[in-house]
Each structure stands twice: as structure tokens, then as C-alpha cells.
Design a protein. Structure first.
Ligand code: FUB
Ligand code: ZN
Length: 609
């Protein structure tokens, strides 16, 4: 299919892998837990759950047996874990990680069929019958995760074993799908962004063309929706460029939006990009929880109607939060607008890491915002069941792993004129500008403290722009360069500091991360009259275990919010003391840390009438 190829739309460039490194602080600690606890535990879970055995059987390394372990897309758990294993190695060599990569690659390679096809479920259960059920079969979804893992390995480790497997499969897909071949799209998007990444990695334009085909073919009734769901559930009700509100299964909708953004960027399709930006706006304004979580309905794991954001019945799948981050990142690169990084930050700190325990060994699939007294668990995914070591549908745990492993890549970008810092963490940043090489060192105790100090460690002789994100909540922030105050203007934008920088120059940004009350939009009927507590990017919640009054009946009053540093609590947090209406004090903790002591009543929103 001829592309509408024009010029790539890219306001910002990602930094080269390894150019930004988180060196300490909040995210460093989470990432260390991910590396030392979560990823190794997952290696065992993938074995215990039979997920790796599926591949061994498909490869002929074990007798086929008579069963298949897990869901038909179980291979993707391995691919996402492999992706995490790859990104980790970009930071530090590890014999254990290298060995896992080598042995699992060999397994995946052996399970691949001579013409490039690869899917253990199709091989073991469907007798090799391919692409017979695009609505539910997840074959291209599985392929997509394979491609993503392969690209990660190629970039992070230089190992092209999996890339060779992925390109063989992608070549087969190019021969199979498209105009004049099989006309079809997958019921679960993902292949779109995976193909674009493979195109970026290999330069093979056929992969971009196929991604573009999958985006354009959607919304023309190619899918026959099964069961109760209509075409909107599978994002097949409208051409993607005509969509203005995301519908249906949240992860599907968001992966499709991310892939379509990739296609729009690479093909210079401004109309498509504008449509996607419009959907993003609608999502943020009316379909997103305070935590950044999305997908309010348990039924179908789906987006709800506008402002249908019940805290107690919230679904907020961890994968949906991750998909939202992936989409916002693509829009950030395309436009440079700080609102996208604002949502990335909100989602990461709240909806993503609430999905994993502080030990890194247990996971929430569903991230509720409220648990009532005497709530009962009728589902493994229920908050009341607590975080689980693994799931029958184990999409979320390895998704968290690959997200934390690749987090450094999100903290900064560059363009010809300068460097933009989007996420604040102790870090080193290096970038190549038109004028020459730039180096930065970021020091901060964010999110607990709002001071961010950026020191220039390398600079060309010509002027360039250092841009720092002023989050939308940061009204009243201040900034200085070498002790001289700088006008910051309103929050919710990038602070652009353009000058001839010299090594040792120091920028100090002070963000007001103190506790604040947030009121919900009046149209969210389920939380009308409530407030929530936030500190900087962190959303807070109240857990019964911290209160001496019954949370279900509690209400807060006006009065000072008091922050208390608690290095002893939940890995080190700042709690907030909030005056209750009866004169006592309620204690709020960061939402991400809830359910790490006991699973009991909890609420983000609290009555304030
Ligand atoms: O269908 C594959 C994955 O399983 C989805 O992305 C998740 O929502 C879960 O249903
Ligand atoms: Zn999931």
C-alpha cells in the first residue's frame, strides 16, 4: 500500500539508549526491586505456570502432551519478561540476565516454524491452523510482543537472535496481510506499534506499511464482534482517524492509539495525529481517574461513558495504565507538549506502581480507588483478594517489569535546540545537539521534596535551551539560574531557559509538592462532595489501618494539612494528617503504597460536605 509518506512529525527525539540514567531516589529504588526481586521471581512463575513449557513443547523439546498452560496469548508473558530482561542489561551487565536471554531466545527460536510463524497455542492446540479467529485469537498480539522484545534486545544488548526471529515472522505477516492478500486486523491491537518499532530498528519500510494498513483497515467492519460486544469494543466501529472518544476494551484501545500515533508520526499524517490528540484530550477530561488509571468498567475491562468513574467499582487494569503511558510518550515526542508528560507522571506514580507490591513480588491487576468495610473478594483480581503472586491471565506483572526496566528512557528528550527534562529524579543526562554535546546532572529528593537542581556538566560554546517541565499542579513554582531568579510564568508548560551555558551552571527549580486538596469534576456523580489529597505527583489515600475512626463514615473538614516524614513506614513515605469533621485527625498515605500492610477499607476520595 502506498504510504501517505511525507515528513516525520517529531517535535522531540528520544535520547540514545543509556544517555539518561536514573542514579538514585524513588524510581531507582523501585527499579532495583524490579531487577533484584520481580524479574527473578517472574522467571520462576513462568516456569511454574507452564508458560515456558508451552514453548518447549512447541519447539519439540518436550512431548506435546495434552494440555496448554494459561491463556491462548500466554507466549506474551515470556516476551514481556524478555523485554524487561533486555532493558535491564542496558544499565548493568548481569550473567544471570544474559543467561536467561540466551536460553529463552534459543527456545523461542526453536519454536519458530520454517516460514517464520510462531505461536505455541496455535501449534499445540489448534493443530497449526493460523489466523482462523482474528477477533479472539490474539495471534498478531502475540507477534507484536515478540517484535517488541526483539527490538529491546537489539537496542539494549546488541543481541540480534530474537530480531532475526521477529523479522522472519514480520516478513511472513507482510506476505499474509494487506490489500490483495488477507484483509484483516487483530481483535487485540499491539502489532501496529510493534511493527513501527521494528521498522525503526531495521529500516524495512514494509513493516511501516503493514502497520499503516492495520491502522487504516480498522473501523471498516473487518472484525465480527463475538458475544455481547459490538464493534466499538474492538475499536472497529469507526476509522481510527474519525474517532474522538476511546471506546471498548481499554488496553486494546490504548495500544491501538499508541500504534496509530507511531504511524501518524512516521508517515507525516497530521490529520491522524490531530484525531488522536483529540481522543487523548477526551480521555483525560472525562475517562481518567485521579490516579491516571483508565478503563472504569469491569465488564469487558472497558472504558465507560464520559465521567463514569466510580471509585469503588474502578477496574483500572495495570496494563491499561501502562498503555496510557506508552501513548502519552508518543504524543509527547510528536508535539513536545508538557501535558503528555504530566499524565505520564501521574500514571506512573499512581496507577502503574500501585500494581506491584513494595517487595516487588505481588501484583494488582485491578487498581480500585475504594474498598468498603466488609467487602468480599469474588475474583482473583479483586482488590480485597490482595495483590497476587501471579494470575491465570498474567498480562500485568511482566508489563510492570518492562515499564520499570525502561523508565530511564522517559525522563528526558532532545531536539536540535536543546534538552527537555520531563520526569524528575536523581539522574545523569547526555544529549547531542546541533551545537554539540550536552551533559546534565539532576539532584533531587522528588517526589518527597520539590527542589530539583540541574547542573550543567557539559555544554557547547553556543547557546541552547534547557527546558524543565512545570507540572500543571505546580502553580507558584520558582526557578533560578546560578542564584538569579527566573520568571517561570504559569504552570502546565515547559520552562525554557535559553543561554550560553557553561559547565557548573546550576538551575534550581522549586516545585510546590506540599499537600493539597483536590475536588472532583461535578459530573463524576460517584464522588460529588468529596475531596482527595495530593502531594506533587502523588495521589494519597486513607487506609483503615491508620485511622481510629471508621473510614466508611469519615468526613474531613477544612483546616491545615500536616505532612509527616515517615522514613520507617512503607519504604519511606510522607504521610498527611487531615482534620476529620469530628475533630480527630485522619492519616493519608501515598496511594501506590496501599495494601502493603493489610488489605482493608481504603479510599482515595473522602466526604468533605
Ligand atoms: O487480551 C490480552 C490481555 O488480557 C488484555 O490486554 C488484558 O486486558 C487481558 O484481558
Ligand atoms: Zn494486564
Amino acid at each position: 500500500m502506498p504510504l501517505r509518506a511525507q515528513r516525520q512529525i517529531a517535535a522531540r527525539r528520544p535520547l540514545r539508549l543509556g544517555a539518561a540514567t536514573i542514579t538514585g531516589g524513588f524510581w531507582h529504588d523501585r527499579r532495583e526491586t524490579n531487577r533484584t526481586s520481580t524479574i527473578p521471581a517472574a522467571a520462576r512463575r513462568l516456569e511454574e505456570a507452564g508458560t515456558l513449557r508451552n514453548l518447549r513443547r512447541a519447539a519439540g523439546h518436550e512431548p506435546a502432551g495434552d494440555g496448554f498452560a494459561g491463556k491462548l496469548f500466554a507466549d506474551t508473558d515470556v516476551y514481556k519478561w524478555l523485554e524487561a530482561v533486555a532493558w535491564e542489561q542496558a544499565r548493568s551487565a548481569s550473567a544471570e540476565l544474559a543467561e536467561w536471554q540466551k536460553t529463552t531466545n534459543a527456545l523461542v527460536e526453536a519454536a519458530q516454524e520454517p516460514d517464520g510463524y510462531l505461536n505455541s497455542y496455535v501449534r499445540l492446540v489448534l493443530g497449526g491452523q493460523r489466523f482462523g479467529d482474528l477477533e479472539k485469537g490474539h495471534e498478531l498480539y502475540c507477534a507484536g510482543h515478540l517484535l517488541q522484545a526483539a527490538v529491546a534486545q537489539s537496542r539494549a544488548t546488541g543481541d540480534h537472535t530474537l530480531l532475526a526471529v521477529a523479522t522472519r515472522f514480520a516478513d511472513l505477516l507482510c506476505k499474509t496481510f494487506g490489500p490483495g492478500r488477507t484483509e484483516g486486523v487483530d481483535g487485540h491491537p499491539l502489532i501496529e506499534m510493534a511493527l513501527v518499532e521494528l521498522y525503526r530498528e531495521t529500516g524495512t519500510s514494509a513493516y511501516l506499511e503493514l502497520a499503516s494498513y492495520f491502522v487504516e483497515a480498522r473501523g471498516h467492519g473487518l472484525l465480527e464482534p463475538p458475544g455481547h460486544h459490538g464493534p466499538a469494543y474492538f475499536q472497529d466501529h469507526l476509522p481510527v482517524r474519525d474517532v474522538r472518544t476511546l471506546t471498548g476494551h481499554a488496553v486494546r484501545a490504548l495500544y491501538l492509539a499508541a500504534g496509530a500515533t507511531d504511524v501518524a508520526v512516521e508517515t507525516g499524517d497530521q490529520e491522524l495525529l490531530d484525531a488522536l490528540r483529540s481522543s487523548w484530550q477526551t480521555m483525560v477530561e472525562s475517562q481518567t481517574y485521579l490516579t491516571g488509571g483508565v478503563g472504569s468498567r469491569w465488564y469487558g475491562e472497558a472504558f465507560g461513558d464520559p465521567f463514569e468513574l466510580p471509585p469503588d467499582a474502578a477496574y483500572c487494569e495495570t496494563c491499561a495504565a501502562i498503555a496510557s503511558v506508552q501513548w502519552s510518550w508518543r504524543l509527547l515526542l510528536a508535539t513536545g507538549e508538557s501535558q503528555y508528560a504530566d499524565l505520564i507522571e501521574r500514571t506512573l506514580y499512581n496507577a502503574v506502581i500501585s500494581g506491584v507490591s513494595l517487595t516487588g513480588r505481588e501484583f494488582f491487576y485491578v487498581n480500585t480507588l475504594k474498598v468498603r468495610n466488609n467487602a468480599f473478594a469474588d475474583d482473583q483480581r479483586s482488590a480485597v483478594a490482595g495483590r497476587q503472586p501471579w494470575f491465570g491471565t498474567a498480562c500485568c506483572p511482566p508489563n510492570v517489569m518492562r515499564t520499570l526496566s525502561s523508565l530511564d528512557q522517559l525522563i528526558a528528550t532532545s531536539d536540535d535546540d536543546g534538552v527537555q527534562v520531563h520526569l524528575y529524579a536523581p539522574a545523569t543526562v547526555a544529549a547531542e545537539l546541533a551545537a554539540g554535546s550536552v551533559g546534565l546532572e539532576v539532584a533531587t529528593r522528588y517526589p518527597w521534596h520539590g527542589r530539583v537542581t540541574v547542573t550543567v556538566t557539559g555544554s557547547p560554546a553556543q547557546p541552547w535551551t534547557l527546558a524543565l517541565r512545570l507540572p500543571a499542579w505546580a502553580a507558584g513554582c520558582t526557578a533560578s539560574v546560578n542564584g538569579i531568579a527566573q520568571p517561570t510564568g504559569p504552570a502546565g508548560r515547559m520552562l525554557e531557559l535559553r543561554r550560553t551555558w557553561t559547565v557548573g551552571d546550576e538551575v534550581v527549580l522549586d516545585l510546590p509538592v506540599g499537600a493539597r486538596r483536590t475536588v472532583p469534576d461535578d459530573r463524576i456523580d460517584s464522588v460529588r462532595g468529596c475531596v482527595a489529597i495530593e502531594c506533587g505527583p502523588l495521589v494519597y489515600c486513607f487506609e483503615q489501618v491508620d485511622q481510629d475512626l471508621v473510614l466508611d463514615a469519615a468526613a474531613v473538614s477544612a483546616g491545615d494539612l500536616v505532612e509527616v516524614e515517615r522514613p520507617d513506614l512503607l519504604g519511606g513515605v510522607t504521610t498527611v494528617e487531615v482534620p476529620a469533621r469530628d475533630g480527630r485527625m485522619l492519616t493519608a498515605i501515598p496511594y501506590y503504597a496501599w495494601a502493603n500492610r493489610e488489605v482493608g477499607p481504603m479510599t482515595v476520595w473522602i466526604d468533605a460536605r
